[in-house]
Design a protein around this ligand. Structure first.
Ligand code: TXA
Ligand code: MG
Length: 349
């Protein structure tokens, strides 16, 4: 299949391209587009055969439900009930990187919700995303626009890398602002539970509802007894081809340990990359150092994380080492993605 690619520089001037992409979505095609979290792979959420094409293009397991993207806060036609706390979260954080899980109405096909009674809904804040959804004239099911298992794409080049030839249209915009996927909050239970940490932090959510908890199964290594409530969180994910190890401990010990391991790999003719904060990047004399951003602003680190993992694949390293981050604020989302990418290979020093 030939995939059309258009970069949108100016929404007003380029509106015809977005109208065309919107028509493709409405009529059952698949379009990749930018959002403020990561790029999404969109199709008409109300059409089973359209949604099917997303699963095929990504190679996504059928039991992993899709998030439905909307361009307005009026979601009564999609869900049975919007509890008070969900209304407050929506009013505070939409449009933005927050997905709310609610009990779905029958209008949402089972293919979209992977046979669950609930559905995740999100209104993105990215201007291109919002305009495209509005012009589609339908709610848009959109997982991250990567081949299943790979790090999510945060720019159009990475979408093209994964999806060229597999979908109808790729709409490009700027680099994703947040860089990790939306925070998911399950509001079908009270108090609500965070199923996936993201740019809207637990601390921010607790300002609206102090009782909000976090799904315990997503914090540790998955085991037989504790299954994450978001089906997607159980898969190996965000994984670069190289083996990633996280080094956790105080700063000096971490640096020392990383340099020791790097030396060891190099002695064994292995190629190794180090994901580092700006502050520490001068402390690793050996190996390929990839800078994530300043430790003073973990939002920078979140924004650059997936691209850094993909760069490791580009330069074909065998191993990747990365320091741990404090699991506070957006650090919780960063560590969640790193842990999964590392298959929970964490070395405490
Ligand atoms: O930021 C985002 O949310 C991005 C952009 C494109 O909007 N989308 C995204 O979709 O990350 P995806 O498919 O890569 O991740 C969706 C996650 C999966 O872990 C899935 O299992 C979970 O949301 N999910 C979806 N519907 C659910 C439901 N009804 N109950 C529990 N988990 C759900
Ligand atoms: Mg994904």
């Amino acid at each position: 299949m030939e995939t059309k690619v258009t970069i949108i520089n100016d929404i007003k001037k380029d509106i015809e391209y977005l109208k065309e992409a919107g028509r493709i979505i409405y009529n059952g095609g698949v379009v990749a587009f930018p959002t403020e979290t990561v790029y999404g792979l969109g199709a008409n959420a109300l059409k089973e055969d359209a949604v099917d094409k997303i699963f095929k293009a990504k190679g996504r397991p059928q039991d992993n439900p899709l998030i439905v993207h909307v361009a307005s806060k009026d979601i009564d036609y999609l869900v049975k009930e919007v509890p008070e706390v969900a209304k407050e979260l929506i009013n505070k954080f939409w449009p933005g990187p927050l997905t709310i899980i609610l009990n779905k109405k029958d209008i949402i096909p089972n293919r979209t919700s992977a046979n669950l009674e609930s559905v995740g809904i999100r209104m993105p804040s990215d201007e291109i995303a919002l305009k495209l959804i509005e012009l589609s004239g339908c709610p848009v099911a959109a997982p991250s626009a990567n081949i299943s298992g790979r790090p999510s794409p945060t720019d159009v080049e990475r979408c093209i890398e994964d999806l060229d030839g597999k979908i109808d249209y790729i709409i490009g915009g700027s680099q994703s602002e947040v860089g990790v996927e939306s925070t998911i909050v399950d509001c079908t239970v009270m108090p609500p539970v965070v199923l996936r940490p993201g740019g809207i932090t637990l601390e921010m959510l607790r300002e609206i509802c102090s009782d909000i908890t976090i799904d315990k199964a997503i914090q540790g290594k998955p085991d037989g007894n504790l299954k994450p409530k978001a089906p997607g969180m159980k898969y190996r994910h965000y994984a670069p081809k190289a083996k990633l190890k996280i080094i956790k401990g105080n700063k000096e010990k971490t640096i020392e340990k990383i340099n020791e391991i790097v030396q060891n790999y190099i002695d064994n003719q292995k190629k190794v990359a180090i994901l580092s904060t700006e502050e520490l990047s001068g402390r690793f004399p050996l190996g390929e150092v990839i800078t994530l951003g300043s430790e003073k602003n973990l939002y920078d680190v979140a924004r650059n994380l997936f691209e850094a993992l993909r760069k490791c694949d580009d330069i074909n390293v065998d191993y990747i080492l990365c320091q741990a981050f404090e699991e506070k604020g957006v650090g919780l989302a960063i560590m969640n993605r790193l842990n999964k990418a590392a298959g929970f290979d964490i070395l405490e020093v």
